[in-house]
Design a protein around this ligand. Structure first.
Ligand code: 26Q
Length: 827
């Protein structure tokens, strides 16, 4: 270890202020080649990051050595997305040196808050699923589980969203433009990934015939690691992301100049595999490049996993004892046929043995009940790109359907419903079915969602494998989503109940007794207003709009999707506006309704919803009649770091999806943890949040899953609601007549058509009245600030269940059974 002393200062590993300050200076000069004349704040950010990296690397080596020596079982988390956001603050918090670094910088006249804003968000994910993976990494390291995250190092993360004239415009997110100080490039950790070719046979020495994938085209996967520190426990795991590089050593002698140029150009094409994150999150797009990305992740990761396993053992029957592979949705489910291929073709194992090992190593998490989001890959595509895998999938399916016949009877309809490979003219491979058949456990992400999976989408499978389906309610990391993003509230909590809550979130229950304490309420309220002021400044700077920090901050932030019903919240804004226009003295709590979120670039309706919200804001925010009671804001480019600014400033959290459509939600948990009240439907994890915080401390409204089903069965008619509610009718008429789009009166007709002429699939009109009524109660409560604060504190006090530490412990107890070493003392 590098603990050489330099004037009493521990170079590269000391955690005291002097060592940190000196190393920051050294990195500025010796790594970045900057002096006092040329240094920018970005350089300062980078030198702080590099100083932190020195410490992380040291701990990472110790941790990995420890896991290696103890031959610990490893967990591999496979995900196409990691929405990790900025890392500097997170690293400093987890190393428990944030305050020291801030002081060290202060001593040389620098402002930490200012410097950390220079980091680019790592946006390698779309939304909930990618952020969940990031929270899980934090919790696995904090519990001390030997876990490695595997993903793709996209050159372009989720697009940067600009709002121009009220419309979403997408810009490329070149997050690596200025380099990434958290990268550990491992050019020697590289694996060939093969595509195309055909299935051939080989005769082995013992006379057996084996299959072999041959005549393939190769691409290289190169490893880039990011350290993942646990919270204050000496443990550092890592996230390993694969970058595609061309593998062909260009054979110069056989090329003339033109061929040479072509060959170099084709190499570029191969590198496209890791070029860009697909920006859609709820509809399946069956493009070859996406399938290549998925197999690229799977192939490289499995080679890495197998290499590490083989260092310890050559007995593959031990694989399930030493390795658990968790697939984040179906996206990495090709790992199942890939592991089979390896065991059959490379290890020459017989089918039953290989299948047993595979099934006991794999697990799969489902994140959606929406059929249009399920991955179904055309057989034609797969035959071309992954011919050997397709054969294996067919064989898995043949054996599986046989088993079904034996266990459940020869029911043709059922067999066709359950088949992994569809029939007909354009057959598809059903990745969720493959995941269920090839995994030991399949889980949903909230109690309601997991129940619905068993009762509806995977009913047949649940009858076939009654012990396979399980629930693992999602969680969020309290480090980022309270300690980091809301330091003042964190300090207040710690002052009263100590700091155990940071790793044992249930300890927040200690706040229950303080909810009635006037002094505590006041302290809580002051912090909330301070956070709101900061957000108000941000709104002023970005949207040039003044909002009142004492008004209720009513926030809906998530991807823009019809099922999440931003439209319903927009209709509520219009209703409040109309009420205030009719009666300017109306006694309602002043509100600032704030939205943020990205729409998939091809999702025209969602993009029109963004435009509608901005158009409503135009009218409302410029009308002096209502200006002290109502504002409507859309903040551009929702991201992890914007969430960190918005969530601590929220009074009201909007979780209003059509019942049965939001698998879990995790934003709902972040808001409650930061002392916001929820208005929501009984959907996803809202159900469990209600159980925890109590019916009196959450505003539940609207149709429940069974109501939605019943209405769909019996025939739902949105016109009844339109004709039955004057205010709803007025709001819809205004949208239709161009009240919010005077320059193009028909602009929002597609929205009206969807609601009135195309059946209002998401039942916005059916829930409108109950929603508006509940919002009136919200408004009344907000007028009683003491009572509001009491309930807000009770939300924070009783939200402990939703720590991702609990979620990960649940996964580990039931599925992985890996060690949890808790902490690692420095050597
Ligand atoms: C699939 C194929 C091709 C291209 C893209 C995709 C794709 C990408 C992302 C499909 C789905 C996603 C993301 C889904 C997602 O974020 N689901 C959310 O997961 C959260 C964590 O479990 C839940 O809280 C949310 O309820 C759920 O919507």
């Amino acid at each position: 270890m590098s603990k050489k002393k330099n004037n009493g200062v521990n170079i590269r590993s000391g955690m005291d202020k002097d060592s940190l300050r000196e190393d920051i200076k050294l990195h500025l000069r010796h790594t970045l080649a900057k002096d006092e004349y040329s240094t920018t704040n970005w350089d300062r950010y980078k030198s702080v990051a590099l100083t932190v990296m020195d410490r992380l690397n040291d701990r990472m080596l110790n941790t990995q050595q420890h896991f290696y020596k103890s031959d610990a079982k490893r967990v591999y988390y496979l995900s196409m997305e990691y929405l990790i956001g900025r890392l500097l603050d997170n690293m400093l918090v987890n190393l428990d040196v944030r305050d020291i670094v801030a002081e060290a910088l202060d001593e040389v006249g620098l402002d930490y808050e200012d410097i950390r804003e220079h980091e680019w968000d790592a946006g390698l994910g779309n939304g909930g699923l990618g952020r969940l993976a990031a929270c899980f990494l934090d919790s696995m390291a904090t519990l001390g589980i030997p876990a490695i995250g595997h993903g793709i190092r996209y050159d372009y993360g989720i697009f940067y969203q600009k709002i121009q004239n009220g419309y979403q415009v997408e810009r490329p997110d070149l997050w690596l433009k200025y380099g990434n100080p958290w990268d550990i490039v491992r050019p020697k950790v590289q694996y060939p990934v093969e595509f195309y070719g055909n299935q051939g046979t080989v005769n082995s020495s013992n006379g057996n015939v084996h299959y072999k994938w041959e005549n393939t085209h190769r691409v290289k996967a190169v490893a880039y690691d990011t350290p993942i520190p646990g919270y204050d426990n000496g443990i550092v795991n890592y996230l390993r992301l694969w970058k595609a590089e061309s593998s062909a050593a260009i054979d110069l002698k056989s090329f003339n100049q033109g061929q040479y140029i072509d060959a170099v150009r084709d190499n570029q094409l191969e590198e496209n595999i890791s070029r860009v994150l697909y920006p859609n999150d709820k509809v399946f797009v069956g493009q070859e490049l996406r399938l290549k990305q998925e197999y690229f992740l799977v192939s490289a990761s499995l080679q890495d996993i197998i290499r590490r396993f083989k260092k310890m053992s050559s007995d593959f029957t031990k694989l399930p004892e030493k390795v658990s592979i968790q697939c984040n949705d179906t996206h990495p489910n090709l790992a199942i046929p890939e592991l089979m291929r390896y065991l059959l073709d490379e290890e020459h194992m017989d089918w039953d043995k290989a299948w047993d090992i595979t099934k006991n190593t794999m697990a799969y998490t489902n994140h959606t009940l929406m059929p249009e989001a399920l991955e179904k890959w055309p057989v034609s595509l797969m035959r071309n790109l992954l011919p050997r895998h397709l054969h294996i999938i067919y064989e898995i399916n043949r054996r599986f359907l046989n088993d079904v016949k034996i266990k459940l009877g020869d029911d043709k309809n059922r067999l066709s419903r359950m088949s992994i490979v569809g029939e007909g003219e354009n057959p598809v491979v059903h990745m969720a079915h493959l995941g269920i058949v090839g995994s030991r456990k399949v889980n949903g992400v909230a109690a309601l969602h997991s129940r619905l999976l068993k009762e509806s989408m995977f009913k047949d499978f649940n009858e076939m494998y009654p012990d396979k389906f399980t629930n693992k309610t999602n969680g969020i990391t309290p480090r980022r989503w309270l300690k980091q993003c809301n330091p003042k509230f964190s300090e207040l909590i710690t002052k009263h109940i100590g700091d155990d809550w940071i790793t044992k979130l249930d300890e927040l229950k200690g706040l229950n007794k303080l909810a009635d304490d006037k002094e505590f309420q006041k302290a809580f309220a002051d912090i909330k207003v301070e956070n709101k002021k900061r957000l108000a400044d941000y709104i002023k700077e970005n949207n040039n709009l003044d909002v009142d920090p004492n008004s209720m901050f009513d926030i809906q932030i998530k991807r823009i999707h019809e099922y999440k019903r931003q439209l319903m919240a927009a209709l509520h804004v219009i209703t409040l506006y109309n009420r205030l226009k009719e009666n300017p003295d109306l006694d309602i709590a002043p509100r600032t309704v704030i939205f943020a979120g990205k729409a998939a670039p091809g999702y025209t309706m969602a993009k029109l919803h963004i435009k509608l919200i901005n158009s409503i804001g135009e009218v409302v925010n410029n009308d002096p009649d209502v200006s002290d009671k109502l504002k409507c804001v859309f903040l551009q480019n929702y991201s992890v770091s914007l969430a960190e600014k918005m969530i601590p400033a929220a009074n009201l959290s909007e979780q209003i999806s059509t019942a049965g459509m939001e698998a879990s939600g995790t934003g709902n948990m972040k808001f409650a943890l930061n002392g916001a009240l929820t208005i929501g439907t009984l959907d996803g994890a809202n159900v469990e949040i209600k159980e925890e915080v109590g019916d009196d401390n959450i505003f539940i409204f609207g149709l429940e899953v069974e109501d939605v089903e019943q209405m769909r069965r019996e025939g739902y008619n949105p016109w009844n609601y339109y004709n039955g509610n004057e205010e709803l009718k007025k709001a819809l008429d205004q949208i239709r007549d161009g009240h919010f789009s005077p320059e193009n009166k028909e602009l929002f007709h597609p929205i009206i058509n969807a609601l009135l002429h195309e059946g209002d699939y998401f039942m916005v009109l059916a829930d409108y009245e109950a929603y508006v009524k509940r919002q009136e109660e919200v408004s009344e409560l907000f007028k009683d600030q003491d009572e509001w604060n009491r309930k807000a504190i009770l939300n924070a006090a009783n939200i402990g269940k939703f720590s991702s530490d609990r979620t990960i412990r649940d996964y580990n107890d039931e599925i992985w059974q890996a060690p949890e070493i808790g902490e690692l003392k420095p050597e």
